[in-house]
Design a protein around this ligand. Structure first.
Ligand SMILES: C[S@@+](CC[C@H](N)C(=O)[O-])C[C@H]1O[C@@H](n2cnc3c(N)ncnc32)[C@H](O)[C@@H]1O
Length: 224
């Protein structure tokens, strides 16, 4: 991956410090409006952001980001070399979607529900030459119903390639995707790291198709 910074980043708001303040104010305003969906009072910090992006697979190119908020992960994905045309950001909040479009004019932003990510990625041409390499999720999964969580994961794994990764953080002590949900969806997981300096501290998990699931699909008997 070659670094491809988005040249638009600093233009509108006059430097890093101003951007951070602008982000924090925007985030906080949206949290007052809908604390459940926002799931956090402040954007993710640098330690957590670095840990999330470090979980991208080698030679990663096609990525969908869910629940981008004010775009801390978006910025880091671009800095890690993901081309804007190979990235799709899905953010349900209209004000935050406008904020993201203003900040990252070259990145497609869908103001939509993450549960439709497979359809959105296909519509935007992101699946034309292959499947996704990663889904990077900033969603507050703990505050969702099990049904919605599973719907989002089903859509993600419909769009992800065989070795594709679903990268998620949580403020809780356990995986936000419960064991029975993982089993029902045929997923394995690993705990990738803990970011104690984040506010609040957060743990990063990576979900992939389980090997037995892959074997089962490879060994499916021929028809007829
Ligand atoms: C915890 S914030 C994370 C923001 C950012 N990724 C970060 O780490 O600072 C969760 C974000 O997910 C968005 N969101 C919540 N439910 C969503 C859904 N079903 N589909 C898409 N975005 C959603 C919220 O609007 C919010 O911006």
């Amino acid at each position: 991956m070659s670094p491809l910074p988005d040249p638009s980043f600093n233009h509108h708001h006059g430097g890093e410090a101003a951007i951070d303040l602008h982000s924090i104010r925007t985030f906080l305003r949206q949290w007052f409006r809908d604390p459940v969906k926002m799931a956090s009072v402040t954007p993710s910090g640098r330690q957590l952001t670095r840990m999330m992006v470090a979980q991208l697979p080698a030679d990663c190119s096609r990525v969908v980001e869910l629940g981008a908020g004010t775009g801390v992960f978006t910025r880091a994905l671009l800095d890690a070399g993901i081309a804007p045309s190979q990235l799709l950001v899905v953010e349900i909040n209209p004000d935050l979607s406008d904020f993201l479009r203003d900040r990252f004019p070259r990145v497609p932003v869908a103001c939509a529900d993450a549960r439709h990510l497979d359809t959105l990625a296909a519509e935007r041409g992101l699946l034309a030459d292959g499947k996704l390499d990663a889904v990077v999720s900033g969603l507050g999964m703990l505050s969702m119903s099990s049904e919605l969580r599973c719907e989002i994961l089903r859509a993600a794994f419909a769009a992800l390639g065989d070795d594709g990764r679903f990268i998620q953080f949580t403020y809780g002590p356990f995986s936000p995707v419960r064991r029975r949900e993982r089993e029902a969806l045929g997923l394995r997981m690993h705990r990738a790291g803990f970011a104690p300096r984040n506010l609040p501290p957060a743990t990063v998990y990576v979900y992939q198709r389980s090997r037995s699931h892959e074997v089962a699909s490879v060994r499916r008997p021929p028809r007829g």
